[in-house]
Ligand binder design. Structure first.
Ligand code: ATP
Ligand code: MG
Ligand code: MG
Length: 548
């Protein structure tokens, strides 16, 4: 098989393992439990878990739960479900909040070594002294408090003696650093808020930069992989590790996934959910993993997508049509071909006297084993698509029209003899004769027709609701548009067809089944289905629009 070239992170890992720098590779996936995971997270999951699958070692799942206000157990549970669904298993389930005592200890150590101080300036005062990227900042008037005073106030902060915002703890680094993040960054703030795991034990919480690297270090993470926004944080990441003299985890940055016609920040997705602009986190139009799952994507197709987009050091924008290409490729091999009529019109066969018969259909000509067969009932009254008949046929029209012949998939050739209109001029019925010798698989009629159409036997048909989806946004780059991203929502992103005819075999569909509705796309059962009503989602149309 062909050797795939290594991405730049694999190169680093191979070097580190070959040189003996590390014996065991340890990575982590560190979501904040403040929303459901999306396709961008899938990229980070495939990268982190993929590395330890390839090179050995293990990957931790660490919930980065240091911000009590936005975090919930519901999100912890959904994030675990989504990672498992993608096909990955973590070694340890860990929580940054489990390290609150240790992190507090690290803060004390910095204070004791003269590397942190308590500041009581207002946010505005701190900003005013911060300087600009080209001009150095100035020292806070509280920068040179004594160690005893710092310890005393910090202890009182922890004990709940102050209101939110009254004091903060800052690292004492360099107010003239060209890296603004090194100008005495805030490391602890007072927040009287209940935490989803530690309850009311704490009223001070560490900032991201003081929690993330130290959590990596506590877990002996060798390669801490994050997105490019964190490049400027790396200096601070290394500074804390050096000053605290703890395990030297190393941070590496890669380009985040950006997808056309999609927003991908949990904060923005939460707005769509809270404002009822979609039907929950797992709405099939959402770029969340749960939305993709409900839409009918398979774990394999999502992993394949992440493989194809690769790992880069520069920001880029990936076409949504590539994701659709990946699911189409997978379903083409696995989905059974069945028949459903979305916009029905009646077709009556006037010379069919058998009443009804059972035809046999091959489930999937693309499957290695043909996918088996199933029974398809046939009769003299069928539903076909309205768009498959033209009263006055266009040029090169190979479907039904007065006098024209067409093949009914899995069945016979029929000839249109007549049609019926209602008082408004709408066609309500097409009347045909069939050619008895033209049965599929056993055709001795000698007649060649160019068109084949799908159908469902009217007396045997079941009904279903079908949901068709389009892009959630009208703009290719809703994040970059002027004004609010929600102004660019596509009002036609969901079309509901409440009364579609499906072949009876579909009554047995379960949530795992995937189908190709012949000529109409790939579909799966939706969880809104019940014993009275079947609902199908269109995962994707059949037409590939990805430009290779
Ligand atoms: P969001 O703003 O969408 O919530 P985040 O980075 O704040 O994103 P986290 O829960 O902190 O969300 O992310 C967990 C991991 O997933 C991080 O390591 C982060 O780098 C990675 N990640 C998040 N979004 C993307 C993306 N679009 N592409 C690749 N990786 C991503
Ligand atoms: Mg984050
Ligand atoms: Mg975020």
């Amino acid at each position: 098989s062909e050797e795939k070239s290594l991405n730049f992170i694999e190169e680093i890992v191979e070097n580190d393992l070959n040189s003996g720098k590390y014996e065991t590779l340890v990575t982590r996936f560190p979501p904040e439990p403040n929303g459901y995971l999306h396709i961008g997270h899938a990229k980070a999951i495939c990268l982190n878990f993929g590395l330890t699958q390839k090179y050995g070692g293990y990957t931790n799942l660490r919930f980065d739960d240091t911000n009590p206000v936005t975090e919930k157990t519901e999100y912890v549970n959904s994030q675990q479900e989504d990672i498992r669904w993608l096909g990955f298993n973590w070694k340890n389930e860990l929580y940054a909040s489990d390290y609150f005592d240790e992190l507090y200890g690290f803060a004390i150590k910095l204070i004791e070594t003269g590397l942190a101080y308590v500041d009581e300036s207002s946010a505005d005062e701190i900003a005013a002294l911060k300087g600009t990227p080209t001009e150095p900042g100035q020292d806070s008037p509280y920068r040179n408090r004594s160690t005893e005073e710092n310890l005393d106030i910090f202890t009182k902060m922890k004990n709940g003696e102050f209101a939110d915002g009254a004091y903060i703890l800052r690292a004492k680094i360099d107010m003239a650093s060209p890296n603004m993040l090194m100008r005495d960054p805030i490391i602890y703030r007072i927040k009287h808020a209940e935490h989803h795991r530690t309850g009311n034990k704490w009223c001070i919480y560490p900032m991201y930069d003081f929690a993330h690297g130290q959590s990596d270090s506590i877990e002996n993470i060798t390669h801490s992989i994050c997105t490019l926004e964190y490049v400027s944080h790396r200096e601070l990441y290394d500074w804390f590790i050096e000053k605290l003299e703890i395990f030297p985890s190393k941070q590496y940055e890669f380009a985040r996934l950006n997808l056309t016609s999609t927003v991908m920040s949990k904060r923005k997705l939460l707005q769509l959910v809270n404002e009822n602009l979609v039907n929950g986190w797992d709405d099939p139009r959402m770029p969340t993993i749960s939305g993709l799952r409900r839409r009918g994507f398979t774990p394999k197709s999502v992993r394949e997508f992440c493989e194809r987009i690769g790992i880069a050091k520069r920001e880029n924008l990936i076409e949504l049509s590539l994701l659709e290409f990946c699911i189409r490729e997978d379903l083409n091999k696995t989905a059974n071909r069945v028949m459903a009529v979305l916009d029905p019109i009646k077709l009556v066969i006037t010379n069919y006297e058998k009443g009804t018969e059972d035809l046999i259909g091959e489930n999937n000509p693309e499957a290695e084993d043909g996918g088996g067969t199933r029974v398809i009932p046939f009769s003299n009254e069928l539903w076909i698509e309205r768009e498959d008949f033209m009263e006055v046929p266009a040029k090169k029209w190979f479907r039904l029209a007065p006098g024209a012949m067409v093949r009914l998939k899995f069945a016979y050739i029929v000839k249109c003899e007549d049609f019926v209109k209602d008082e408004n001029g709408n066609v309500t019925e097409i009347r045909c004769t069939y050619i008895p010798e033209s049965k599929s698989g056993n055709d001795t009629s000698g007649i060649n027709v160019k068109g084949t159409i799908h159908w469902v036997s009217a007396p045997h048909a079941k009904t279903a609701e079908i949901r068709l989806y389009d892009r959630l946004f009208t703009s290719e780059t809703p994040d970059a548009e002027e004004g609010d991203f929600k102004d660019y929502l596509n009002p036609e992103s969901l079309t509901v067809l409440p009364h579609v005819y499906i072949e009876p075999a579909l009554a047995d569909a379960d949530l795992e089944s995937r189908y190709q509705f012949i000529r109409k796309g790939y579909f799966c059962l939706d969880r809104d289905s019940n014993s009275d009503k079947l609902v199908f989602n269109r995962t994707v149309t059949l037409k590939d629009t990805f430009k290779k």
